[in-house]
Design a binder for this molecule. Structure first.
Ligand SMILES: Cc1ncc(C[n+]2csc(CCOP(=O)(O)OP(=O)(O)O)c2C)c(N)n1
Length: 631
């Protein structure tokens, strides 16, 4: 059987180890070719090919449910659940998603993208199953990185307290998060990996005891005792937490995997199978550079090198941020950069390299990161919590309860704010303006370009009256001139006028300021003159600047790359209402809908966020004309 013929994972039943190995090779080939062509996650999926096949051969996937944590490693799962023929559309508009979505496929039992959710979801399903009197297996597959997340540990705590609830947790331990995994749990797992597998230790003991006269009857008792002894060496912590621990199993040995999973399915209560895998398995370059090949842009399969873009690009916002932060941290030993397992993505790896004492990686633990930052701030340090907009959602109560209520000067740097492209709805940075704006004491700002990002980075460091957050987008800046040092802080709550005109007031925030300027140029060609404001701050909003101009001009347009509900436009509209200025306001941003995976340009076009669309929208809303008709 060829992989292309597999449309249902139960077709794996009855295949020999040799046949499964052939399927494994075909999965790796397809996985590699697809990611090399269109980009995506590479190492995570390559590492779980045998784990997926071995597990699925022991399950009845018409009934049993596998819940993958994060979902970035689920490409092999996708390839054997009916998506082989569409796989070339991976992460492209209307194509196969890079993460998991319940609506995409009947075997995607739980949507994912953020880490550490699988055990909770699987346990919920297991409890529902038992309440309904149904019979099926629930399996959570979680990485050692995701296991460092508080949610996963909360779920283990709960599951371990339910000895009658059958739940299988498969720990995919490749010793890596995106970067090398950090913390005491990974260190413990590492020790376990180095111990002889618990199962085989007991088997050997059984063999040895069988041959000793008079011991036969006592064998069961002795091996149980010995087993406990062996467990105390390897899986003790999990056993103490109420799980039956099995492993470590060689994650690339199908016989071993299948035998262990079969055994695990016979047990009652929560079971943890510890599988030792190699991230990037089967592609030498990915095995060697596991951080670099966690996820990749399109690359040449033979050389492993990224395919260079046709023209050189301006520096990425993240790069400018990290460069600026390192410079500032060199001068100020109180600055401490904090990342939640995203050292390379946030650019904090540069801080780690230069000033390791001023760098902290907490693992996938955004909640802890925020409260840790609050603690550092209590002691007069300048904590910089560099967390993607989407992942900061995890730490909402920590932001309110630990930072804002105590008015502690934590500087939040929210990368990937706005449209993120191929990662899709779980990763869009759509909500931060709305979810942060409503919290007392919080200051919020967003730069219009990478030079302003440098100034805002200084502003955030220098502002010590309370919490402050800066949002900036994924991707590259505009190529504006940058300074090596000597950046000037901005005045808190002050915007700037970029262009003057009497017909319409355009107020842009962050990434939407330049499109606003371009829209103003297009309008000007049609005889309509706009004033354009770069708001810089949504909180405090520069009402002294915006309100009088709104009153005078009489037509207001707000632009933001974020959800409209509770967002920047809402802030402007509220300010006008509060000042009794009743003028028409057109809010342009992301309406109340999910934004699927696509290129950022495609997403922006589908949301009406291009300069041309903004200009057309303004014409229709306020001047009741189509652009072409005015020309
Ligand atoms: C809450 C949250 N924070 C950060 C991330 C970014 N992220 C995606 S995969 C990953 C590493 C996961 O490591 P592990 O679970 O060991 O899986 P592996 O990639 O090693 O297979 C991280 C940090 C995320 N998806 N969710």
């Amino acid at each position: 059987m060829h992989l292309s013929e597999i449309t249902h994972p139960n077709q794996l039943h009855g295949l020999s180890i040799r046949q499964l190995q052939q399927i494994a090779k075909q999965i790796r080939d397809k996985h590699l070719q697809t990611v090399a062509a269109s980009g995506g996650h590479l190492g995570p999926g390559l590492g779980v090919v045998e784990l997926t096949l071995g597990l699925y051969q022991t399950l009845d996937l018409d009934r049993d449910k596998v819940i993958w944590d994060v979902g970035h490693q689920a490409y092999p799962h996708k390839l054997i659940t009916g998506r082989y023929h569409d796989f070339h559309t991976l992460r492209q508009k209307d194509g196969v998603a890079g993460y998991l979505k319940r609506c995409e496929n009947q075997f995607d039992h739980f949507g994912a993208g953020h880490a550490s959710t699988s055990i909770s979801a699987a346990l919920g399903m297991a409890l529902a199953r038992d309440l309904k009197g149904e019979k099926f297996k629930t399996v959570a597959v979680i990485g050692d990185g995701a296991l460092t997340g508080g949610m996963a540990l909360e779920a283990i705590n709960h599951a371990g307290h339910l000895p009658k609830t059958n739940l299988l947790v498969v720990l995919n331990d490749n010793e890596m998060s995106i970067s090398p995994n950090v913390g005491a749990i990974p260190r413990y797992l590492n020790k376990m990996r180095l111990s002889p597998p618990m199962q085989f230790l007991t088997d050997n003991i059984e063999e040895q005891f069988k041959n000793i006269p008079f011991v036969g009857d006592e064998l069961e008792r002795i091996t149980e005792g010995m087993k406990r002894l062996a467990v105390s060496k390897v899986g003790a912590v999990f056993e103490e937490l109420g799980f039956t621990y099995m492993g470590p199993v060689d994650g690339h040995n199908l016989e071993e995997l299948i035998a262990t999973f079969q055994q695990a399915h016979q047990m009652t209560g929560p079971v943890l199978v510890h599988v030792a895998t190699v991230k990037g398995k089967g592609y030498e370059m990915a095995e060697k550079d596991q951080v670099g090949y966690h996820a990749q842009n399109p690359f040449n399969l033979t050389t492993g090198k990224a395919i260079p873009s046709s023209k050189p690009k301006p520096p990425a916002y993240a790069k400018v941020f990290s460069h600026t932060l390192v410079k500032l941290a060199e001068q100020n030993p109180k600055i401490v950069g904090i990342t939640a397992a995203m050292a390379t993505g946030t650019g904090l790896d540069k801080l780690q390299a230069k000033l390791p004492n001023q760098y902290i990686d907490v693992g996938i633990a955004e909640q802890h990161a925020v409260t840790l930052a609050a603690g550092l701030a209590c002691e007069g340090m300048r904590p910089v919590a560099a967390i993607y907009s989407t992942f900061l959602q995890r730490a909402y109560d920590q932001i309110i309860h630990d930072v804002c209520i105590q008015n502690l000067p934590v500087f939040f740097c929210l990368d990937r704010a706005g449209i993120v492209g191929a990662d899709g709805p779980t990763h869009q940075g759509m909500y931060d303006i709305a979810y942060l704006r409503c919290i007392p004491n919080m200051v919020l700002m967003a730069p219009k370009d990478e030079a302003e990002l440098q100034r805002m980075t200084v502003t955030g460091i220098e502002y010590t009256d309370g919490p402050i957050a800066m949002r900036f987008p994924r991707g590259n800046g505009y190529g504006v001139p940058l300074m090596e040092e000597g950046w000037e802080a901005l005045e808190i709550g002050k915007g700037e006028i970029l262009r003057q005109g009497d017909d319409v007031l355009i107020v842009g925030y962050g990434t939407m300021v330049y499109p606003g300027m371009q829209a103003a140029e297009i309008l000007s060609e049609h005889g309509i003159e706009a004033t354009v404001i770069n708001a810089r701050f949504v909180k405090p909003l520069d009402t002294d600047l915006i309100v009088p101009l709104a009153k005078q001009i009489g037509r207001v347009v707000t632009l933001e790359e974020g959800c409209l509900m509770g967002g920047f436009g809402s802030a402007v509209a509220e300010a006008l209402l509060d000042a009794d200025v009743v003028v028409p306001v057109k809010r342009i941003g992301v309406p109340d809908q999910l934004v699927d995976h696509a290129t950022p340009d495609e997403s922006k076009a589908s949301l009406g966020l291009t300069s041309q669309q903004i200009a057309e929208n303004i014409m229709q809303a306020f001047f009741k004309k189509e652009l072409a008709a005015v020309k």
